[in-house]
Design a binder for this molecule. Sequence first.
Ligand SMILES: Cc1cc2nc3c(=O)[nH]c(=O)nc-3n(C[C@H](O)[C@H](O)[C@H](O)COP(=O)(O)OP(=O)(O)OC[C@H]3O[C@@H](n4cnc5c(N)ncnc54)[C@H](O)[C@@H]3O)c2cc1C
Length: 374
Amino acid sequence: MEATTGSRRTDTCDVVVVGAGIVGAAVAVRIARFGMQVAVLDAQKVAGGATGRSAGMVVAGLPGHYRRAVKAFGREQARTLWALTIEGRERLAESANRVGVTLERVGSLAVAVTEEEVETLRASAELLREDGFDAWFGTTDPLGRGFLATLRQPDDGVVDVAELTRALLSSAPIAVHTDTEVYELEPTGEGVRVWAQGRNVRCGRVVLTVDGYASLLDPALSQWVTPGRALIVTTEPLAGAGFPIPCYANYGHKYACPLPDGRWALGAWWRPRPGAAPIEPDQSLREGLGRFITRYFPEVRGRIAGRRSGVMGFTSDGIPVVGRLPPPSPVVFALGFGGWGLSWAFVAAERLVEWILQDTDPGILSVERLTGNR
Ligand SMILES: Cc1cc2nc3c(=O)[nH]c(=O)nc-3n(C[C@H](O)[C@H](O)[C@H](O)COP(=O)(O)OP(=O)(O)OC[C@H]3O[C@@H](n4cnc5c(N)ncnc54)[C@H](O)[C@@H]3O)c2cc1C
């Protein structure tokens, strides 16, 4: 429903989702399935944030490999988290399939560039198999690029995630408003008044899916999420060049990914260091990516056609969080998707929507994980 006061429009709906990335789209579609009126507001265009800059690698698991996850979270929790990312990858594949977008199941290769990483991959493969996951470790490099060892996950893949986001948002009765930055959320007796560029929306609930931009919208969110930056370069189409499978090195922080149109994407990202400037300068990332390209993909030099960078949100333990703004308010969030957010997006969206509409427990994704209340 719409009314106009002066040049400002006032809409009403049941739920406003702030952020038209892959997470906002997954949330909005799920809410619409409950028959509720949903509006999605974004400061940029659809998939204008990390989503549209991503390489589209859908990799189950956690950056750093399974051995590190076991060390950080303990065996049982690591197993739960790993299984959730597999569930997330499969939910993404199903949703993509429903809207006519394909997750190309080309698999993925974790590759080792140091002896230490070889041992981490070897140990991770053993632990994964013991815990019932598929993982193939080898000390030959099927890509012939001098990697020291590889761990293959056959069911991972690549998707055009911007196309998927657009297709999801058009697949349901969702009002999408782009170039509409939200700058204030005002609680009212019955819900929230959302103040945005050129538009107000009165609604019962707000879902924030703004990932790395969270603390700009509400400083209270900086206790959970810190912005970090990723860089990516894309090549011109490299006809006939053999490079069949996405691979990631340096514990997941550098990668190369063949795109469906014949271009390659090569990227690097890093979690923000404690005390670092809110969005770190790109210099060290840029140099690290340059060294990776020169050493392992030298044919790309001189054939780079595009460069972009993007902002992502990181929690202290690297796992996304679902929570509510204090004091218990109708504003909830799903944030902290980091550098491997695609395999988390759909599972987090599902947990969030079921929590707010059906009162189920978001489990390990609850922000209470970080407060020690669980
Ligand atoms: C260069 C790069 C490469 C990547 N490659 C991969 C990869 O291959 N595989 C993988 O799994 N992950 C990858 N990632 C990470 C992945 O893209 C993210 O984890 C994921 O896209 C997060 O989705 P999101 O919807 O939460 O956030 P975003 O896509 O960032 O969406 C947030 C949206 O919120 C909007 N917004 C922010 N503030 C406001 C406001 N005040 N009002 C209105 N709108 C607002 C922004 O405009 C933005 O569109 C990559 C990230 C980058 C940057």
